[in-house]
Design a protein around this ligand. Sequence first.
Ligand SMILES: [Zn+2]
Length: 363
Amino acid sequence: MSGGDDALLFDGRSAGARAVDVEVSGDALIIHAPGEDVREWPYSTLEVLDRGNGLRLRSSADPDSRLRLSNSLSDQLFRAAPKVFSSGGRNRDQLALIAALTAGAAAIGAVLFIGVPLAARPLTLITPPSAETTLGANVSGQLALIYPRCEGPRAQAAEQAARPVLDRLYNSQFEPFELSFHFADTPVPNAMALPGGYVMATRGLIETLDHPDQFAAVMAHEIAHVRNRDALTGLYRSAGLGLLLDLVTGGSGLGQQIILLAGQATSLQYTRAQEARADEDALRLLEASKINPTALAEAFERMQTWSAGQETAGPGEIDLPEWLSSHPDTDKRIERARAVGDKGFASSLSQEAWETIRNACSD
Ligand SMILES: [Zn+2]
């Protein structure tokens, strides 16, 4: 399933890295490098070196080599062997975080005296992006248990079709994170930004929207959350010191499991202030990227129509998308986005690309 460019192997003998195929099996990573014997790295031998642009690992079974996994392979590894991400002592991320926390003693003082909610934002600011990416990989792995990823050739084609628009809105060279994007097979129209640049859009969303610019507008809103690191702030606010301790100590990871499974992802909800700012940023970002900003208003309207249709289906049976439930002033937000006015830009994606996106989760 993994394409050749999903993983790179540095074997310590040749100068460069080679593209290899990596299989995430029951108890080991199986590495197929062209023209040589298969390498087996048991999960118990793995050590995470760092994260950022992918996940870098080594194995005591093959001490000279280093392996870099794509975020999608790293997600698979998290699902197969979550311990790899939390055991084995402190890695560089955690040491960097401890250093940052020491330097940010004032913010820690704020935690002790005013409690986490008000200190959540300062805590985000002193958290190194690499530590946030590690957390994002964990959260993304957990979220996949609730919202299964759309997989297979159509999902891959759809992710590729969405790339040009994501790249227009987000230039990772100037941002703390690479953007990792995928579709989830869930009927509720929703999109979510997780810590560390992980963004997800549901099947329900692409079925509910009827123009690629509306999809771009939803993505612009999520990308604004990524840039503002809102998800991490939200998690600090709701999970507080437990999360902080987990990040610092590389603890059992239990705190992080509890966040999503007990909270049913509600801990990823944002405050009204964060939402308002993400809307404003999205409108500016769309205009700067020459994508029609009024598409944000249309996206809201489509989702409102969807949710009005659901209410007749019987209360308690649907869970309202985060997009509307944490956005109580939807009418006001529509008005605001309409006020920017149609800029007469061409459609952000071809009809063909849009069809490919809409088929992301149909096998
Ligand atoms: Zn939002």
